[in-house]
Design a protein around this ligand. Structure first.
Ligand SMILES: *[C@@H]1O[C@H](CO)[C@@H](O)[C@H](O)[C@H]1NC(C)=O
Ligand SMILES: *[C@@H]1O[C@H](CO)[C@@H](O)[C@H](O)[C@H]1NC(C)=O
Ligand SMILES: *[C@@H]1O[C@H](CO)[C@@H](O)[C@H](O)[C@H]1NC(C)=O
Ligand SMILES: *[C@@H]1O[C@H](CO)[C@@H](O)[C@H](O)[C@H]1NC(C)=O
Ligand SMILES: *[C@@H]1O[C@H](CO)[C@@H](O)[C@H](O)[C@H]1NC(C)=O
Ligand SMILES: *[C@@H]1O[C@H](CO)[C@@H](O)[C@H](O)[C@H]1NC(C)=O
Ligand SMILES: *[C@@H]1O[C@H](CO)[C@@H](O)[C@H](O)[C@H]1NC(C)=O
Ligand SMILES: *[C@@H]1O[C@H](CO)[C@@H](O)[C@H](O)[C@H]1NC(C)=O
Ligand SMILES: *[C@@H]1O[C@H](CO)[C@@H](O)[C@H](O)[C@H]1NC(C)=O
Ligand SMILES: CC(=O)N[C@H]1CO[C@H](CO)[C@@H](O)[C@@H]1O
Length: 719
C-alpha cells in the first residue's frame, strides 16, 4: 500500500496551512442540499401512497378512504353470486415491515365473518392472486400455514388486525407475517378450508392501513457520509443504493427470516444485514463485500456486519471452511464465500477501525486461507480447483481451476496480508503476499485466452472432459483479476476492453459472454459481480469512461423499471427480474454504486484501520461530471472532498480531514505534464513527472501524488 506513495512522493503538506479561501467557491461544511435525495420514510409508520386500482363494479365504495385513514372508511361488499371486490394499494416505493389494517366493522352475510385475502408483490408484473413470495411457501410441506396469501376473518366490532406470522384458529385463517413489497392486493374472499371462521361473503369496512417499517430508518440525521455530483442520476442512485441496504438492515427474528432452517439462537434478536428484504432474509457473507461498504459509507453502522462475521466465524468447520450463512443450519456448501469472509473482515477493520475483531478471529482467517484453501492448492500445481458439488454466489455449474476462485483468492490473500501487517504477523504477511503472486502467475499461465485477450472461465464445458477449457469468459474472474492486482495494467486494459465490447446489454454487462455453460447466461446481469468489474474500470488508466457508461445502463435500467428506486438481485433476458417473481428487488449486494461514487469519484479510501491513514484519489475524467462533493464518516470525524472543473479547464479541490490523520492526495493532471499545481496557496514543483498509478492503486487517472496531513487543504490545477 505504501510503496507507490514513496516512489511518487513529491511534496508534503503541513496540517493547518492557511487556505486560499478565495479559491473555494463551493463550501462543503454544513451543506444539506443532499437531503432531498434521501428515500427513507420520515416516520416508522407508513401509509399507502395511492390506490393503484379498485374493482368499481359497485362492490368497493370510497377506495381512496384508505389513503388518509381519517375520512370515511372504504367498504367492500359481496353477496352470493357477486364479483369479487378487490383493490390494489401502492406504497409508492418498495417497503418492508408488518401491515396493520383497522376495521370500522363488518357484516356477516352467512354463518361466519367475511374473509379478506391479501397478496403482496414488489412489482406489478408479479402482482397476482398469490404473493410473489411468502415464507410459508418455502417451508417444508408439513409446516406450511398458507398457500401464498394472507387471510383475515374480519370481526364485527371496530379493531385493528396485525399481520403476524400465525393462524387465528388452529391451522385456519393464517397469515404469513412480514413482507417486503410495493403493492398489496386486498379482496373479499375466503379459502374453503377456512370455513366456518371466514366466509367469502359479507361486507367489510376498512378505516386505515399502515405499515410498521421494520428495517433501518435512514433519515437524513443518520447519515455520516453522503455524495452529490453534477449528474443528478448518479447522486440519486447513491441514495437509492443506501435505501436498498437500509431495507435489508434489520433484527434477526426466527419468524421473519429464511424458513429453510436458518433460524439460529446465536443471531436471534441481533442486528444483521440480510441479503434481501423480501427474501431470502438470511445474512450471507458474500453479499457483505458490497452491502457492508454501503452501510459504512452511509450511516457507519458496523454492528449489523460485525454480528454476522462473528457468528459465521464461530461456526467454522474443522477443515477451515466458513459457512456462507445460517441457512441449512450453517451447511450450505459455497466454495467462494469463506474468501469473502476474509475480504469483509479486512473491510470491517479498514472502514471502522475494529482491529479487536481481527485479533479475535485472526486464527479463523489463517485456517481458512492456509488449511481449507491451502490443501486445495496442492493438487493442480498451485491453483484452487473446485469440484462439482460446491456452489458459489450464483450456483454456477463449473469446476476445475476457475479464474474467479483464484482471482478472489489473490484478493483475499492480499487483504489478509495487509491485516497481518497491521497486527504484526510479519511471517504470515510474507507467506500470503508471495502465495498471491504465485497464484497470479499460474492463473495467467493457465487461463489466459490470447485469442480474445481475456481470461477463460477456466473449466470444461458441460459434459466435456476434465482438464479441457470451455470457450467462455466470465465477468467475475476477469474483474477480480484486475481489482486484486493479479494482472498489470496492459492485461487489465485488454480484458476490460474485450468485456465492454462483448457483453454490453441495455441493462448492464452480462456475467458471461456466451451460453456455453448454461442457456441465458449471456443475457444475465448481476449488479453484485458487476461492482468488481466497475471498480476495476475506475482503477485502470483510460477505462473510467466505460465504467460510467456501464453504470448508466445498469443503474439506469433498474431505477426506471418497477419497483424503481431499489436495486435488484439479478437481471435476466430483456431486462426482466432474472428469477421472475421470486427475484428479490431490494438486494444490498447490488448497491455497488455507493462505494463506486464514494471510493472512486470522491476518491476517499482507508489505507489504515478506521481511516487513521487514507488516500484521496478522485476519478475526474472519463465521464461528464463537472463537480462532485461529499464525505465519509470516520472515528476521528468526517473526511470531506469537493472538486470541480472550471469552464477554462482549470481544476479545484477542497479537502478536509481530521487533524490527527495522515494520507495521500492524488492531484489529477489529466495527463498534462505542464499542469500548474498550487496547494494551499503554494506552487508545487511543476517539472516533476506526473505519476501514473497502476491498477492496484485504486485509480486509473494520471496523478501527482502528495503526502498530506489532516486539516483543510485547497488544491488548484491550472491549464
Ligand atoms: C372486478 O372483478 C371481477 C371479478 O374478478 C372482474 O371480472 C372485473 O374485471 C373486475 N373489475 C375491475 C375494474 O377490476
Ligand atoms: C358473525 O359471525 C361470527 C362468527 O361466526 C359470530 O361470532 C358473530 O356473532 C356473527 N355476527 C353477527 C352479527 O351475527
Ligand atoms: C384472481 O381472483 C379473481 C377473483 O377471485 C378471479 O376472478 C381470477 O380468475 C383470479 N386470477 C387468477 C390468475 O387466478
Ligand atoms: C395448499 O394447497 C394444497 C393444494 O391445493 C392443499 O393440499 C394444502 O392443504 C394447502 N395448504 C394450506 C396451508 O393451505
Ligand atoms: C416475530 O416474533 C417476534 C417476537 O420474537 C415478534 O415481536 C414479531 O412481531 C414477530 N413477527 C411477526 C411477523 O409475526
Ligand atoms: C444444527 O447443527 C448443530 C451442530 O451440528 C446441532 O447441534 C443442532 O442440533 C442442529 N440444529 C438443527 C435445528 O438442526
Ligand atoms: C477443493 O475443495 C473443494 C471444496 O471443498 C472440493 O470440492 C475439491 O475436491 C477440492 N479440490 C481438490 C483438488 O482438492
Ligand atoms: C504485463 O503482463 C503481461 C503478462 O504477464 C506481460 O506479457 C507484459 O509484459 C506485462 N507488461 C508490462 C508493461 O509489464
Ligand atoms: C456524456 O454526455 C454525452 C453528450 O451529452 C453523452 O452522449 C454521453 O452518453 C454521456 N456519457 C455518460 C456516461 O453519461
Ligand atoms: C456479442 C458478442 O460479441 N459475443 C461474442 C463474445 O465472444 C465470444 C467468444 O469469443 C463469442 O462466442 C460471442 O459470440
Amino acid at each position: 500500500m505504501a510503496s507507490f506513495v514513496r516512489k511518487t512522493f513529491i511534496a508534503s503538506l503541513a496540517a493547518g496551512m492557511v487556505c486560499n479561501a478565495a479559491a473555494i467557491s463551493r463550501d462543503i461544511a454544513g451543506d444539506d442540499s443532499w437531503h432531498r435525495f434521501v428515500r427513507s420514510p420520515s416516520s416508522p409508520i407508513l401509509k399507502p401512497y395511492s390506490i393503484l386500482s379498485a374493482n368499481t363494479t359497485g362492490a368497493v365504495i370510497n377506495p381512496s378512504g384508505l389513503l388518509d385513514g381519517n375520512g370515511n372508511p372504504t367498504v367492500l361488499t359481496r353477496n352470493e353470486g357477486d364479483d369479487v371486490p378487490s383493490l390494489v394499494v401502492d406504497f409508492g416505493q418498495n417497503v418492508v415491515g408488518i401491515v396493520s389494517i383497522s376495521f370500522a366493522g363488518s357484516t356477516n352475510s352467512s354463518e361466519g365473518y367475511p374473509g379478506l385475502k391479501l397478496a403482496f408483490s414488489e412489482t406489478q408484473q408479479y402482482l397476482t392472486n398469490t404473493s410473489d413470495f411468502t415464507r410459508s411457501d418455502n417451508l417444508p410441506a408439513g409446516s406450511k400455514i398458507t398457500n401464498g396469501t394472507d387471510q383475515i376473518a374480519v370481526a364485527n366490532g371496530p379493531y385493528t388486525w396485525r399481520d403476524s406470522t400465525g393462524c387465528e384458529h388452529g391451522s385456519q385463517v393464517c397469515s404469513d407475517g412480514l413482507h417486503g413489497f410495493r403493492y398489496m392486493k386486498i379482496w373479499l374472499d375466503a379459502l374453503e378450508s377456512d370455513a366456518p371462521y371466514a366466509q367469502p361473503y359479507g361486507s367489510v369496512s376498512i378505516s386505515n392501513i399502515e405499515l410498521e417499517w421494520s428495517a433501518y430508518m435512514g433519515t437524513p440525521d443518520t447519515f455520516t457520509g453522503w455524495f452529490e455530483c453534477s449528474d443528478e442520476d448518479l447522486t440519486q442512485w447513491w441514495f437509492d443504493g443506501v435505501y436498498t441496504t437500509d431495507m435489508d438492515t434489520d433484527v434477526f427474528l426466527a419468524n421473519e427470516t429464511d424458513p429453510r432452517n436458518s433460524a439460529t439462537p446465536t443471531l436471534q434478536g441481533k442486528q444483521v444485514l440480510f441479503d434481501g428484504a423480501k427474501r431470502d432474509r438470511d445474512p450471507y457473507v458474500g453479499d457483505l463485500a458490497v452491502a457492508a461498504l454501503t452501510s459504512y459509507l452511509s450511516h457507519n453502522f458496523p454492528e449489523s456486519t460485525r454480528n454476522i462475521l462473528a457468528d459465521l466465524a464461530e461456526h467454522q468447520r474443522a477443515d477451515g471452511w466458513i459457512p456462507p450463512a445460517s441457512i441449512n443450519n450453517y451447511t450450505l456448501d459455497l466454495y467462494d464465500y469463506p474468501m469473502w469472509w476474509v475480504v469483509s473482515t479486512a473491510d470491517l477493520v479498514m472502514y471502522t477501525g475494529d482491529t479487536d475483531f481481527a485479533v479475535q478471529y485472526y486464527d479463523v482467517m489463517k485456517k481458512t486461507l492456509d488449511v481449507y484453501y491451502g490443501q486445495n492448492l496442492t493438487s493442480t500445481g498451485g491453483l484452487l480447483d473446485k469440484e462439482n458439488g460446491y456452489g458459489d454466489y450464483a450456483f454456477l455449474p463449473r469446476s476445475g481451476p476457475i479464474t474467479y476462485y483464484n482471482a478472489l483468492y489473490v484478493h483475499a490473500l492480499k487483504a489478509a496480508a495487509h491485516l497481518a501487517d497491521i497486527l504484526g504477523h510479519d511471517a504470515d504477511s510474507k507467506t500470503w503476499t508471495s502465495r498471491a503472486s504465485s497464484v497470479s502467475a499460474k492463473l495467467l499461465a493457465r487461463n489466459w485466452d490470447p485469442a480474445v485477450g481475456a481470461f477463460f472461465d477456466g473449466g470444461p464445458c458441460p459434459n466435456e472432459a476434465e482438464g479441457t477449457i470451455c470457450n467462455v469468459h466470465a465477468q467475475d474472474g476477469n474483474g477480480l483479476s484486475v481489482l486484486s492486482g493479479a494482472v498489470n495494467s496492459t492485461v487489465a486494459t485488454s480484458l476490460l476492453d474485450y468485456y465492454a465490447k462483448n457483453t454490453s446489454r441495455p441493462y448492464g454487462n452480462a456475467f458471461y459472454d456466451n451460453d456455453a455453460l448454461q442457456e441465458g447466461f449471456s443475457e444475465r446481469v448481476y449488479a453484485f459481480i458487476s461492482y468488481f468489474e466497475l471498480a476495476a474500470r475506475f482503477a485502470t488508466v483510460g477505462a473510467a469512461g466505460s465504467a460510467f457508461d456501464e453504470i448508466k445502463r445498469l443503474y439506469g435500467w433498474m431505477s426506471t423499471h418497477d419497483p424503481e428506486i431499489t436495486f435488484w438481485e439479478g437481471i435476466g433476458p430483456g431486462g426482466s427480474p432474472y428469477e421472475e417473481g421470486f427475484t428479490s428487488m431490494a438486494h444490498g449486494w447490488s448497491t455497488g454504486i455507493v462505494p463506486l461514487m464514494s471510493n472512486y469519484v470522491l476518491g476517499i479510501k482507508p489505507t489504515g484501520p478506521g481511516f487513521k491513514t487514507w488516500q484521496i484519489c478522485p476519478v475526474v475524467d472519463g465521464g461528464n461530471l463537472t463537480w462532485a462533493r461529499g464525505q465519509i464518516g470516520t472515528l476521528q470525524g468526517p473526511i470531506k472532498v469537493s472538486w470541480q472543473k472550471k469552464s477554462d479547464g482549470a481544476f479545484e479541490m477542497q479537502i478536509d480531514a481530521p487533524q490527527d490523520t495522515t494520507g495521500v492526495i492524488c492531484v489529477p493532471t489529466s495527463g498534462s505534464k505542464n499542469a500548474q499545481i498550487v496547494v494551499d496557496g503554494k506552487k508545487v514543483n511543476s517539472n516533476a513527472k506526473a505519476s501514473t498509478m497502476g491498477p492496484i492503486a485504486t485509480s486509473g487517472e494520471n496523478f501527482k501524488v502528495l503526502n498530506a496531513k489532516g486539516g483543510s487543504h485547497t488544491i488548484f490545477v491550472g491549464v
